[in-house]
Design a binder for this molecule. Structure first.
Ligand SMILES: Nc1ncnc2c1ncn2[C@@H]1O[C@H](COP(=O)(O)OP(=O)(O)OP(=O)(O)O)[C@@H](O)[C@H]1O
Length: 563
């Protein structure tokens, strides 16, 4: 007997009762069945609604957890794992593959695939699919990519019709009957296709997953491009560095005068050896630049040149700075710290202003130079070092030795290969080159680019005595560029005090104070006496107003000075 369940949706459900006896259903039975079928119908409807709700809930929570996993995706492996996890909770899908569109936009290649597919590739020996490049225009991929919907393909139908692309044969070799393809897109940008094998595809679920897969895939592709770009830049950078090294010919050092050519000659002679170099010369003559030039032309150029400014460190710190210290060596030594000697291992240690080293540190330095080993402060173990020493000073070391401020044995250790850098006033022919070099450097960032120096201004530069040497010239050009309102420098703000005979450092100190005073007065005049605020002298001189005020007091600059 068949009873239709009236409440269960347009007669879609029926109740079938069977009996072993003939004519067993009498009118009373039929009446009874009719009565219960209405109740059964309601119960079936409830079950169906509940099942649908449960199904939706399951999908919702699956998609939520999928989107969490997708948010953490950084690479293909992460994405594969996230999809595998989601798919494992869907009974309808077991295998998946993503194919991405190649840069030529005409072909597609494998982007990722799950572990079942990987196993099948290995077992069937189908390794060619890993690198296979498929044309998009194959009647399948192009159709999927053109639309926005999931398409189900019965593989054998396409194979029988002789229209199947080669990857359909691959799926069939894995005993797959039906394949489902969904386009992966972000906005209008086509990225690829998500393929799954499924006899009963849950299209809504696959579509929702694909929206998230598309975003992750787009990020992975962008990351891969960035990585490739970064790798290319790194290779280029290495290549350029190599080029710079190979063409380095002291090109940062400007000057072709005969005294400078002699300096270059000495630099070339000593660069390739390990000999200690002592660079002598007045302040600002370019001693550090020369030290760097020697290091860059030496076999140690790939290692560090570590600079220690012996004059800038308090006596108490020099030793720990040079040799490092062990934890607990003194109050405040909370952890071990390596010194500049260790930092310069296999490279060069540049001891600037070596003439300022206190005698007690000179002894220790001498020991390292002799024995090439030392101990950290508070340490017992000897540390062997292979460091090339370049020292520089603007002091007359022989006088320092004679007056007992510099150890003679250290002097002879350092003075292995001396290079004397001539002061600028002894190589005036370099002044125009240096001036133009600094002009180029400092006018680069100016709104009104200064491109030249007038003949008058150049004569002034060449006539000036430059007690502060190249550094003073550099600063002078920087300031003049800043104050210039035309493309050609006509006015150079040279100090009025110009000691034409001055050469030594003692006179230089007097002159520099004068240079500073005259320059500050010049800038103040230009700013109409304004010190702080926008367009004030402090701004132009790149000094805090309080520093400028105290300098002015020290140098005796008052209101009257600028009138
Ligand atoms: N021949 C040069 N070509 C280009 N720039 C130079 C030259 N000589 C010096 N300079 C520049 O002048 C400034 C001072 O140079 P550097 O610090 O090398 O001098 P220094 O002799 O070591 O001075 P100090 O004795 O005061 O330490 C730097 O900015 C440097 O780049």
């Amino acid at each position: 007997m068949l009873a239709i369940l009236p409440e269960a949706g347009k007669g879609r459900f029926g109740l079938i009762l069977t009996s072993y006896k003939k004519n067993s259903f009498d009118p009373a039975d039929r009446h009874f069945v009719q009565c219960i079928s209405r109740h059964l119908g309601t119960a079936v409807v409830n079950i169906l609604v509940n099942e649908e709700l449960e199904h939706k809930e399951k999908h919702k929570s699956l998609l939520l957890s999928f989107s969490h996993d997708i948010a953490a995706v950084r690479n293909k492996q992460d994405l594969t794992t996230a999809i595998e996890k989601a798919v494992s909770q869907l009974s309808t899908i077991s295998r998946f593959v993503i194919r991405s569109i190649n840069e030529d936009e005409k072909t597609m290649s494998l982007f990722l695939y799950d572990s079942h597919v990987r196993r099948a590739i290995e077992e069937l020996g189908h390794h060619f699919v890993l690198d296979a490049v498929y044309p998009i225009e194959d009647g399948i991929s192009d159709a999927v990519l053109e639309g926005n919907e999931t398409i189900v393909y019965v593989l054998q139908d396409w194979i029988d019709a002789g229209k199947a692309p080669s990857y359909f044969h691959f799926w069939r070799s894995m005993d797959v009957d039906k394949c489902v393809a969904t386009p992966l897109k972000t906005g209008t940008r086509k990225l690829g296709i998500f393929w799954v094998d499924s006899d009963e595809p849950d299209v809504d679920m696959i579509d929702s997953m694909c929206a998230q897969i598309s975003i992750a895939m787009s990020n992975i592709i962008a990351n891969e491009h960035l990585l490739k770009y970064k790798q290319r830049l790194e290779i280029e950078n290495e290549h350029l560095q190599e080029q710079i090294r190979s063409i380095y010919n002291f090109s940062d050092i400007i000057g072709t005068s005969t005294p400078m050519q002699r300096v270059y000659q000495l630099m070339s002679l000593v660069a390739h050896s390990n000999a200690t170099v002592l660079i002598l010369g007045e302040t600002g003559t370019g001693k550090e630049l020369i030290a760097r030039g020697i290091h860059e032309s030496s076999p140690r150029k790939n290692k560090l040149m570590v600079k220690v400014n012996c004059a800038a460190l308090p006596v108490t710190l020099i030793e720990s700075e040079l040799f490092g210290y062990e934890r607990g060596a003194f109050t405040g030594a909370f952890e071990r710290r390596i010194g500049k000697f260790e930092l310069a291992q296999n490279g060069t240690l540049f001891l600037d202003e070596v003439g300022e080293l206190p005698l007690e540190v000179q002894v220790k330095l001498l020991r390292v130079l002799q024995e090439r080993e030392f101990e950290r402060l508070g340490g017992k173990a000897s540390i062997k070092v292979d460091v090339r020493i370049i020292a520089a000073t603007n002091r007359n070391l022989l006088t320092e030795v004679a007056e007992g401020r510099f150890r003679p044995d250290l002097y002879y250790r350092l003075n292995v290969f001396p290079i004397v850098v001539p002061p600028l006033r002894e190589r005036r022919e370099d002044i125009p080159y240096l001036a133009h070099y600094f002009l180029g450097r400092y006018s680069k960032n100016q709104l009104c680019k200064v491109t030249g120096i007038s003949a008058g201004a150049m004569s002034e530069l060449k006539a000036y005595n430059w007690p502060g040497n190249v550094r003073e010239l550099e600063h002078m050009i920087e300031r003049s560029v800043l104050l210039s309102d035309s493309k050609i420098l006509t006015q150079i703000y040279l100090p009025e005090v110009n000691d034409q005979d001055g050469a030594g450092s003692a006179t230089a100190i007097t002159n520099l104070a004068g240079v500073e005073k005259q320059h500050i007065i010049g800038v103040l005049r230009r700013c109409g006496g304004k010190i702080s605020g926008k367009g004030g002298a402090a701004e132009l001189l790149k000094l805090p107003p309080s520093t400028l005020n105290s300098k002015m007091r020290k140098l005796g600059i008052g209101k009257n000075s600028i009138e």
